[in-house]
Design a protein around this ligand. Structure first.
Ligand code: ADP
Ligand code: ZN
Length: 723
């Protein structure tokens, strides 16, 4: 007998869709979301292939589709996007699908919210509590049951009793909308000429299909206000907008900003939404109930009903790269999605990635420049403090010139920020007697002294321990000394240099909650602290009106780590941090403590010559064939046994397909040679710019020996991290 069969992709680490039988009476089309048996459990999957096929013969081994879920099907363009991302990143299709299906585990219909209303006569038995409820509801209005109980100050049982006795009736409340439609004309600013020109270009672009624009302007130049015009125009057309942010913290801050312009906040999407809110938002995006979504990178995989525009804010931010599971770069994949859907995409940054800058310079992207801060404030003046000639005293990290500048700022009643991108007290603890260094047991890394927590901590695996009393090597007592600074140590020094000043340390490991962090940032903005000592946590997004002085304690910190993007990253980070100064009054000042004031990054920051930095960096990349002038992929081989891991890496390298334009480098021990007890070897693959590296890797890995035991092979196309 003929049997109807359908191919269903399930969100597990598999590339292939599985075939299932379609029970009689069930109608299925591609994109439909179904539940299917998968091993011993039930999984939510998507009808992937061309739909139902009728195949003769016996299919006894196939299982039946259990159910067709009552949620909108995945549209062809999203399915195609899943296929594309999977093919590009070499991640199993099922794992990419999983990102598109993250609508919360509990699908099903939403729990109904029940309201109550006064209807009947008062019951015979009255109590003070019952009286309060009836008095509250005497106005005849419907209130949610839980609210009625809360407002009357009674338990839910009291309200239930009144329902049972007929004094109140229950009413099903309509679900709260996920988002109220934004009003594109709510508060349109008066634009400067440069802003208007950029906004006009973007607005015109909303009807012209695929294009990439790069808004490049210093912080405070109005990039957000400008791209809001494209958002407004798209909303007017009744289409949806996705605004991507690199971090959840920025997403939260952005809500208020959006509401000022559009009257209401947008819908939010990130990993910390409550499951029910997730499910509701997911469906609301699919049904067009939501017009604008602001979200972290996973928002790219939402099932938009009619996506009309994508914005990628802070497009250069490394946080756009997902480093586990499916390794994808959300900015790059956003461009792909925009191209697939034939819609415009806008990238915004004060310090564009070199990749985007090259595209803009070559005319592949439309470049929109906003050269000035809104309100005309100057960018901070920057000068270097050469640590070779102005060395701070031994064991100190703040030079006397920087200390003097901080004093002057504080005397004027202003704030100062001391920036050091290093958590903890000291990055290294050393025995003064024998020179032994305290290292992690599981990783090839020093333990970082965290004095607030009184622990030595490994930043790679999380291992921690109290400082030992004796040196484990020579048994000397009280012999440990901290080497190098972290923000906690800097606080100690600042407290001595600037007595009686209010000092706040901001570092991700000290953040107790997002609310607390927001409160602290607000305290800084209100002037309740004099000195802020911070890691990159303070680099972006915040506006501190009284902050005019920024001191970079170790400007060289990120430059020497062997990452091909080290210079770019350092430039971006330091530019951003220095840009915190003088936002309100425009007389900001930045000091860079460096051993290398001649480095192109330092020179560009001091001369405020962005173009010089990009030109120099682009030249280096071009010469060395690094992105965007060449392509890279990294294969990380790790395992519990060093010899077996290295052997496997060698074998893998030996069978790489011959291709004149591809170079396979390594295997070499990764810079972090051991993490969590696993030995790590890396192969780096270099290819020319337009080469199909994914296809090359696929051909290669199809021949790779199976990874056995603890061995693991991780593929990273366009890697951002080289540790
Ligand atoms: P960016 O995104 O480049 O950092 P913003 O768009 O956030 O810049 O603008 C910086 C500040 O200046 C914001 O408070 C913004 O509301 C204000 N602003 C920018 N342009 C205008 C304008 N044309 N009219 C009024 N306020 C503006
Ligand atoms: Zn460790």
């Amino acid at each position: 007998m003929a049997q109807r069969i359908v191919d269903v992709l399930v969100p597990v680490a598999l590339d292939q869709a599985y075939s299932y039988r379609v029970p009689a009476g069930m109608e299925l089309a591609p994109g439909d979301i179904v539940s299917v048996p998968l091993g011993a459990r039930t999984a939510t999957g998507v009808v992937w292939a061309d739909g139902v096929t009728v195949r003769p013969g016996l299919h006894n081994r196939l299982k039946d589709v259990e159910d067709k879920l009552d949620i909108p099907p995945l549209k062809p363009e999203l399915r195609k996007f899943v296929d594309w991302v999977s093919g590009y990143t070499l991640s199993p299709r099922g794992m990419v699908l999983r990102m598109a299906l993250r609508m919360g585990e509990h699908l099903g219909p939403a729990r109904e919210k029940v309201g109550v209303r006064l209807v009947g006569p008062h019951p015979k038995r009255m109590t003070a509590a019952r009286n309060r409820v009836l008095a509250l509801l005497a106005d005849g209005m419907v209130r949610a049951k839980s609210e009625a109980a809360h407002e009357a100050g009674v338990s839910a049982g009291v309200v239930n009793g009144l329902i049972d006795e007929g004094a109140l009736e229950t009413v099903v409340l309509p679900p709260e909308p996920v988002a109220v439609p934004p009003d594109p004309d709510h508060a349109v600013p008066e634009f400067t000429d440069a802003q208007r020109a950029a906004a006009d270009t973007l607005r015109a672009g909303t009807t012209k299909g695929f294009s990439v624009s790069l808004i490049d302007g210093v912080t405070g130049s109005g990039k957000t206000e400008v791209y809001f015009e494209a958002v407004a125009e798209t909303v007017r057309q009744g289409r949806q907008v996705l605004i991507l942010m690199p971090e959840i913290a920025l997403t939260a801050q952005f809500l208020g900003r959006f509401a000022e312009r559009f009257g209401v906040p947008p819908a939010e999407w990130h990993s910390q939404l409550a499951p029910r809110k997730r499910a509701r938002t997911w469906s609301a995006v699919a049904t067009d109930e939501v017009q604008v979504v602001v979200g972290a990178r996973s928002a790219l995989f939402l099932p938009y009903r009619d996506l009309g525009l994508i914005i990628v804010d802070e497009e250069h931010d490394p946080a756009y790269k997902q480093e586990d599971g499916v390794r994808y770069h959300a900015r790059d994949m956003a461009v792909v999605r925009a191209k697939e859907q034939n819609i415009p995409i806008v990238l915004a940054s004060a310090t564009p990635s070199v990749e985007s800058e090259v595209n803009a310079r070559r005319g592949r992207y439309t470049a929109l420049h906003l050269p000035e801060r809104f309100g005309g404030q100057h960018m901070p003046a920057v000068e270097a403090i050469d640590l070779r000639t102005e060395r701070p005293p031994r064991g100190r990290f703040i030079s006397s010139r920087l200390a003097e500048a901080v004093n002057v700022a504080l005397e004027r009643g202003e704030q100062a920020l001391l920036f050091l991108n290093r958590r903890g007290f000291a990055p290294l603890t050393l025995c003064n007697t024998c020179g032994h260094r305290l290292a992690c047991q599981n990783c090839d890394a020093w333990l970082v002294d965290h004095r607030f927590r009184r622990r030595l901590v490994c930043h790679h695996c999380g291992f921690s321990m109290p400082q030992p009393e004796k040196c484990p090597k020579c048994s000397a007592e009280n012999s440990f000394v901290p080497v190098g600074p972290g923000v906690e140590r800097l606080e100690q020094e600042a407290a001595e240099l600037f007595p009686d000043k209010r000092i706040l340390v901001l570092s991700s490991d000290l953040v107790e909650s997002m609310d607390r962090l927001r409160q602290e940032l607000d305290d800084v903005a209100q002037g309740r602290f004099d000195i802020v000592i911070g890691t990159q946590l303070v680099a972006k997004g915040h506006h501190f009106p009284k902050l005019n002085l920024v001191g970079i304690v170790d400007a060289d910190l990120g430059l020497s780590n062997g990452d091909p993007r080290a210079a770019e990253r350092t430039f971006q980070l330091l530019h951003q941090v220095v840009g915190r100064a003088g936002r309100e009054e425009g007389r900001g000042y930045g000091y860079l403590q460096t051993h290398n004031p001649e480095h192109p990054v330092m020179r560009a920051l001091i001369a405020q010559d962005r173009e010089a930095f990009y030109s120099a960096e682009i030249e280096v990349r071009e010469k060395t064939g690094y992105p965007p002038f060449g392509r890279l992929a990294s294969l990380l081989i790790s395992g519990g046994d060093k010899h077996a891991t290295e052997q496997y890496a060698r074998k893998l390298a030996a069978i790489s397909p011959l291709d004149d334009s591809v170079r396979v480098l390594g295997p070499a021990e990764a810079p972090l040679a051991v993490v969590r007890g696993r030995f790590r070897f890396r192969l780096l693959v270099k290819a020319p710019r337009n080469y199909d590296l994914s296809a090359y890797l696929r051909e290669w890995l199809a021949e790779a020996p199976k990874t056995k035991g603890t061995l693991k092979l991780e593929v990273d196309v366009d890697p951002q991290s080289f540790f």
